[in-house]
Design a protein around this ligand. Structure first.
Ligand code: ATP
Length: 266
């Protein structure tokens, strides 16, 4: 008899605890981000979401517990080493270079991964972004299209609406071909329509690029509508994990949110 062996999660936390002096920000937390999945991390203010994000991205060393990528222990690995293994992230406040165009941001990301030498030569010699290799043009074109940035691709990043800046940041993060993308509050500052568009784009990206997403989000309806699985933190403890339907029905989650954020989506 053969037994199917389940692949290890692309990114996982096991028993992660973080103490800041006397304060326990995370206590024995587990998280799994399987291949080709969208996982949401929610919880009230101060629940420990950013702390867990920091631990997963390598900016923060946990007091106890491990972080695994594809089953390998990366707890002591730097953010750069994790990036080389396929981890990318976006920030709550997009950090774009105002003098570069939308397309140049994506090219920059691509060259950071695929042709670092060329990146520096071009910057030093003032060669700009001329004569790109066909593979680069193809990949950048695909990302521009996937993120709906065709019309603004040659516009400077300065002055872009926040929703568009966020899409540029996602495109830049994807240009390094990550296996897992951490999204920090992707809907922050977006209106309802922009949030819906972003959700649709993220769903398409998982289907077309096979990337896994973990998003930290305050917008609970967005998370419940978008994610395959959701983890809920409260006071540093994972109080629930499951499908959006399971999370919606969870008593502890309703209590943590006093019913409001979850009931709005029922
Ligand atoms: N560097 C730090 N030093 C001391 N305490 C910290 C530090 N970072 C976070 N904390 C505390 O750890 C707890 C968890 O904070 P964290 O920022 O991870 O929560 P969060 O869920 O991301 O909150 P929010 O939704 O408000 O961003 C909070 O009590 C916070 O005050």
């Amino acid at each position: 008899m053969t037994t199917a062996v389940e692949a290890p999660a692309r990114l996982a936390a096991r028993g992660v605890t973080v103490r800041f002096g006397g304060l326990v920000a995370l206590k024995d937390v587990d998280v799994d981000v399987p291949a080709r999945s969208i996982v949401g991390l929610v919880g009230p203010n101060g629940a420990g979401k950013s702390t867990l994000f920091g631990v997963l991205s390598g900016l923060l060393r946990p007091t106890a517990g491990t972080v695994l990528m594809d089953g390998d222990d990366v707890t002591g690995a730097s953010p750069q080493a994790r990036a080389r293994r396929g981890l990318a992230r976006t920030f709550q406040h997009p950090e774009l270079f105002s003098s570069l165009s939308v397309r140049e941001h994506i090219v920059l990301g691509y060259r950071m991964r695929h042709s670092k030498g060329r990146l520096w030569t071009d910057l030093v010699t003032g060669g700009g972004f001329r004569r790109p290799p066909a593979a680069e043009t193809e990949r950048v074109d695909a990302l521009v299209e996937a993120l709906g940035l065709t019309d603004v691709q040659h516009a400077p990043a300065a002055g872009l609406p926040l929703g568009t800046s966020r899409l540029v940041e996602v495109a830049r993060a994807l240009s390094v071909d990550p296996r897992v993308l951490l999204l920090d509050e992707p809907s922050s500052g977006l209106d309802v329509r922009e949030t819906e568009e972003l959700a649709a784009t993220l769903r398409d990206l998982v289907a077309s690029h096979g990337v896994s997403l973990l998003l930290v989000e305050h917008d609970v309806p967005l998370v419940l509508g978008l994610c395959d699985r959701v983890d809920v933190l409260d006071f540093g403890i994972r109080i629930a994990t499951g499908t959006p339907a399971e999370i919606r029905d969870d008593e502890a989650v309703r209590a943590a949110y006093l019913g409001t954020a979850v009931e709005e989506t029922a």
